[in-house]
Design a binder for this molecule. Sequence first.
Ligand code: ADP
Ligand code: MG
Length: 558
Amino acid sequence: MAKKQFQAESKRLLEMMINSIYTQKEIFLRELISNASDAIDKMYYKALTDESIRFEKDDYYIKVETNKDARTLTLIDTGIGMTKDELESHLGTIAKSGSLAFKKETELKDGHDIIGQFGVGFYSAFMVADRVTVISKALGSDEAYKWESDGEDGYTIEPAEKETFGTKIILTIKENTEDESFDEYLEEYRIKAIIKKYSDFIRYPIKMDITERTPKEDSENEWDEFTEEKTVNSMVPIWRKNKSELTNEDYENFYKEKHYGFDTPLKHIHLSVDGAVRYNSILYIPESMPYDYYTKEYEKGLELYSNGVLIMNKCSDLLPDYFSFVKGMVDSEDLSLNISREILQHDRQLKMIAKNIKSKIKSQLQSLLKEEREKYEQFYNSFGRQLKYGVYSDFGSNKELLQDLLMFYSSKEKKLVTLDEYVSRMPEDQPYIYYASGESHDRIEKLPQIEVVTDKGYEILYFTDDVDEFAIKMLTNYQEKEFKSVSSGDLGISEDEQEQAEAKAEDNKELFDKMQTILAGKVKNVKVSKRLKTHPVCLSTEGEVSIEMEKILKAMPD
Ligand code: ADP
Ligand code: MG
């Protein structure tokens, strides 16, 4: 039978898997079980929404078997199965599911990183197996097929026998090498422990034949053995569990299992709401930015479950854009299973949930800011820009919600400060909240205009992000203090010098006129400035648009 080759990308990934030095090889089981669970989800959903499919809850399970003699580890699921075409397209190529949208060739070089960062899915089986056999029968099909590969040079597909719908995956476990043991993946207790660790909350039973050994009566060396099929996982979805029963590690494992991100989340939020609308939700604030976060490709949204059944992978209506970095899921009994995307958009329950979630995220971010400043700054460095966009894009209507979450670099503190901190430090005579825009802190510190302000002992906020000044313009003020750019015409400082300046202007009229003629078309006006100390000259704007903003506006496509 002719062997088919893997697609180039898949091939590289496979090589990486095979030669992986990744320490946590055990996660392959999490990946395979999560695929099995996804497949049963699909089956379950079909059964619930299609009356022609018989529905027995007991029919849905995952079975894991070890066989030391044959060196195999087998996973059987009663999910939706795969057709011949699906075996080919889903296992012969890297799934498009975003798990492996590699950006750069170089990122592939260091396998260590990739596996840590990406959900590698099915292929992770090759970290522990030198052959993988998949026998599957798709729902509604009469034929079963066998897909087989030793990873290195392609795969084969041929007809096979299988009675029931679903998928059976047989891993032929690698032989021990000098520095690595693979035998552990044939040990029942070890497999059981891995399932407990990563897949405890999977909603379907994960069954194993567990052998119990008890010492024979009147003998120390002989044992009674009996084997019984047992469900290894607790099956209670993590979001239905009591917060007090769960550890940080449980939440982190769930985050990883679900591929919400490839980092370790900074914070989780577990909500069990039992009010006008009932729902459970687990939300995460990621630690670092997904590689595609500030691109068009990034899709925000939360997983949406109706009473434990997944109905949507990324429900975007649950999150406002400014919180688009939040990951997680929502499960509500009050949503209908057959709900479509269009209906969902107008669903009252969903709107209430979204509103509720929004305010919870806000208050959690605020407490992070208060209690774990360092973590908050880490968060802010990744996602602060999104909050500022939020202030800017909703014409200030998010002002109340977001203004206390903003931070800017301070001339005084030499670190990020909140607006509240700034205002509470303001000397009584300081009329405005001052800011300076520029490409970098360095550049800003060289601005001639800042001297007058810092000399007065006033603090300046440094705006280095394009969006900063736009966002501030939307806020207009904070705690009734207006924002003022150090490059704007009137700084509200040295009022008494006004007259003097005017006199000087009069005295030097000729010089200024001359300068203006020379610089015609480049500047609008040449005047005496009362905003300079040691520097002889500076550029400034009239009106509300600063030089920095002008630059950005000019660079924007029409
Ligand atoms: P992902 O789960 O992120 O899509 P995987 O590499 O884990 O990526 O799996 C690739 C695809 O193979 C899945 O999306 C699914 O369509 C299919 N698949 C894998 N395992 C099973 C299974 N046990 N039953 C049905 N389909 C499966
Ligand atoms: Mg998967």
